[in-house]
Design a protein around this ligand. Structure first.
Ligand code: GLN
Ligand code: ZN
Length: 742
């Protein structure tokens, strides 16, 4: 027998109540007490679900926006620009910005699709803690669950420091935070918490010796408080950090026994315990129920694991999920329309609770239907060993570039989407609800395409786009039309704050069914003599934004997607398309936490892109677009993608990306973003000219200005036409000003 615990649960509410509460509060439709009451109800629903499943130690998860932001607030380390604010006003200002006080930056949590707010710790920062919200949460949890079951959870000091943006060394940041953490532990213990969960996912990344020293000092000091600490160190195995983390003076340590999404085999945690042993005085939290997979777990294998851990000396065991269940949708039984036979194979957060409770009670069910981690897949990994020639364009860049469309110096274009106006969104909703039929819908979409083409021609842009009005989401639009991918109706997962996404499930072999973008391309191209870009989402991005299978490697799944999209590239080409853009904004998101594993990921990810695009004739120009992050450290793989044109988000990093590319020997066409699409500000012509000159100053593409593209940073779907038209007009004017100098 083992204890059952949770280490986090969806904070959304089963019906997205948290989002509804936030949005009505922000619109001023509800009061602060209404908001507080709504969130108490959201917490209660989640805690009750865990209690009903029979979980013994329940983590008191729940947040108004983000758990890292919660700690910024609780520790009282808001940046100085917010100092005139307090309470919820301060909290939401840090999340969303206030006049003259821009929001904290947002960043992806490790290798997940969850975004946290980045704490900013200025040189002389001094915590002014306010733990009332955390203590209140504990009291509410105790009232509902009883004192023995209610366990506070929060981000630990080492991870908080490592996630922060600061110039201070990690050790001194942690040292400054410790008195506050110690005070918090004391207060929680005084209220009767049986233990406190400190989440330290950063321990699974390779952060080096300073982080180790900081963690050892921190936990020695926190242990002295006397409040039992449950250290949660998930999001992969601990690798080389295992021996010293296992020795930290805490009551319980929870480890991830599953690993990255879609891994076909468990990570190295069990091997680390086999090799290094387990300290007998500690409870081992066995994260064997996969918190990053929607497939039902193999409870027989989990039971065997628990038995082996006992033989390895772990006499006190707890069963839990491999990571917080916040990354999963709420409940499979809310999905009425899944394909027959699929539902029993799936497990969302509520079903995972059942597995945790069963395994802890020694009643794990062997042979769960989903244990295979797939559904209708027949292709095996070995079948994805493809001929090398399929990954290579027929000619090298210089030879094919001469055959591709030619443009004057500083050619202008955009990244794909145009404003998703209320009218466009209504159209799609009407099609979905049946209010309009497909021919009517297509006729109205075609009007949007005509509008976009007309505006771009009026602005004198060189390479046009159709505007993506028919796409809700750049990955869903393709997934819905491919076989093998399944979409849920209620499978929402928090991306950040009030933003939730519904990732598709790769349930079986992915294959091309019908052309997915050719109709809209043709409509657009028929309207103009200028070239229109075909616009696709790349295989790696679709994979990284989906729940993958577990019975086939991620590489093989990426290759299946690539083969399907390869047919789309060919279909566009057959329809007369001369320029095809394949977006890979999520390429970087799949990078493993540990540097040593980067190469193997990047090699198949780059191969997947090449497999998708190598079918293009030499005379077809292949464009790619990368965004959402810095790519400075993966320049070589980006060059290896062998695209003819690379457009890259850049405007917030000056010319850093361009310089890095120049240094890495990049020679193909380049379109570094010239302005930030996330801001409503219309960039001035002079600023744009100056920006372009900084690119030229790096020496990149010297003597070939016809290959230096001028485009915004990313798609324009979140902007209004009022912002887009003047911005693009200035962008074209800037390009023409430089063109006149050539
Ligand atoms: N073509 C897409 C668009 O313009 C690219 C979006 C992205 O990079 N995230 O919307
Ligand atoms: Zn982008």
């Amino acid at each position: 027998m083992a204890v059952s615990t949770t280490i986090g649960f969806p904070r959304t509410g089963s019906k997205r109540q948290a989002k509804v509460a936030l949005e009505s509060f922000w619109k001023g439709k509800t009061s602060e007490p209404d908001l507080v009451a709504s969130f108490a109800a959201v917490d209660e629903e989640a805690w009750r679900a865990q209690q009903a499943a029979g979980v013994q130690l329940i983590a008191l998860d729940g947040t108004y926006y983000d758990q890292v932001l919660d700690m910024v607030y609780a520790l009282g380390v808001a940046p100085a620009r917010f100092k005139h604010l307090s309470g919820l006003e301060l909290y939401f200002a840090m999340a969303r910005g206030a006049p003259n006080a821009p929001a904290l930056d947002m960043s992806k949590l490790l290798d997940t699709n969850y975004h946290y707010l980045v704490p900013e710790l200025e040189e002389g920062f001094a915590p002014k803690p306010d733990f009332s919200a955390i203590l209140d949460r504990l009291k509410r949890g105790q009232a509902l669950l009883g004192k023995d079951a209610a366990v506070p959870m929060m981000v630990g000091p080492v991870t908080f420091a490592l996630l922060s943006s600061t110039t201070l060394p990690i050790e001194s940041v942690v040292e400054k935070l410790l008195p506050s953490y110690a005070q918090l532990l004391r207060q929680l213990q005084a209220v009767g918490a049986p233990e406190v969960q400190l989440h330290e996912p950063a321990l699974a990344t390779d952060k080096g010796a300073a982080a180790q020293r900081a963690a050892q000092a921190a936990y020695a000091q926190l242990a002295a408080v006397g409040c039992p600490i449950h250290l949660v160190a998930c999001y992969d195995d601990l690798g080389e950090a295992y021996p010293w983390v296992a020795q930290l003076p805490v009551r319980a340590l929870t480890l991830d026994f599953c690993g990255v999404p879609g891994a076909t085999a468990p990570n190295a945690t069990l091997d680390l315990i086999r090799a290094n042993g387990w300290p007998a005085d500690k409870r081992l939290g066995v994260g064997c129920v996969d918190g990053r997979s929607v497939w039902a777990d193999d409870e027989g294998a989990c039971t065997a694991l628990l038995n082996e851990l006992r033989t390895l000396g772990a006499s006190s065991l707890a069963v839990t999920s491999s990571v917080s269940l916040q990354h999963l949708p709420w409940d499979v039984t809310l999905e009425p329309a899944l394909p027959a036979g699929l539902a029993p194979r799936l497990a969302f957060a509520v079903q995972k609770l059942g597995a945790i409770a069963r395994l802890a009670a020694g009643k794990g069910v062997s042979g769960a239907a989903g244990a295979a981690g797939g559904w209708v897949g027949r292709v095996r990994d070995s079948a994805m060993e493809l001929e090398r020639a399929m990954f290579d364009r027929a000619e090298n860049f210089e030879a094919r570039r001469a055959k591709q469309p030619q443009f004057p110096a500083f050619p202008t274009t955009s990244i794909g989407s145009f404003p998703q106006t209320a009218q466009v969104r209504r159209l799609r909703a009407q099609l979905k609800s049946g209010a309009i039929d497909r021919p009517t819908y297509e006729r109205l979409i075609d009007q949007q395409i005509a509008l976009a083409i007309g505006i771009q021609e009026g602005l004198d842009i060189d390479v046009l786009v159709h505007g993506e009005a028919e796409r809700t989401d750049m990955s869903e639009h393709f997934g819905m039309q491919l076989s093998g991918m399944v979409f849920t109706q209620h499978g929402w997962v928090q991306s950040y704050g009030s933003r939730y996404v519904r990732p598709p499930i790769i349930a079986g072999d992915v294959a091309f069914v019908n052309a997915m973008t050719v109709r809209e391309f043709k409509v657009a191209q028929d309207l103009t003599p200028r070239p229109v870009k075909g616009m696709l989402t790349g295989p790696v991005t679709i994979l990284n934004w989906s729940f993958p299978r577990k019975d086939l490697s991620r590489r093989a799944q990426a290759f299946q997607l690539a083969l399907a999209l390869r047919q789309e590239v060919a279909a566009l080409q057959d329809a007369g398309c001369r320029i095809v853009q394949v977006d890979e904004p999520a390429l970087r998101e799949g990078l493993p936490l540990k540097h040593a594993k980067w190469d193997s990921y990047l090699s198949w990810a780059v191969d997947a892109f090449r497999l998708c695009t190598a079918v293009a004739a030499p005379s077809t120009q292949v464009v790619t677009h990368l965004c959402y992050s810095d790519f400075g450290d993966i320049m070589k793989p980006i060059i290896d993608m062998d695209a003819d044109v690379l457009t890259i988000e850049n405007s917030r990093s000056g010319d850093a990306m361009v310089r890095a590319l120049a240094q890495a020997g990049y020679t193909a066409d380049l379109g570094p973003g010239v302005y930030d699409v996330h801001s409503p500000v219309v960039p001035g012509v002079d600023a744009l000219v100056a920006k372009l000159r900084t690119f030229l100053a790096t020496g990149i593409l010297a003597g070939a200005p016809e290959r230096l593209w001028v485009n915004p940073d990313c798609g324009l779907k979140t902007r209004t036409w009022d912002e887009v038209v003047p911005s693009l007009r200035n962008m074209v004017a800037a390009a023409h000003a430089l063109r006149a100098e050539v």
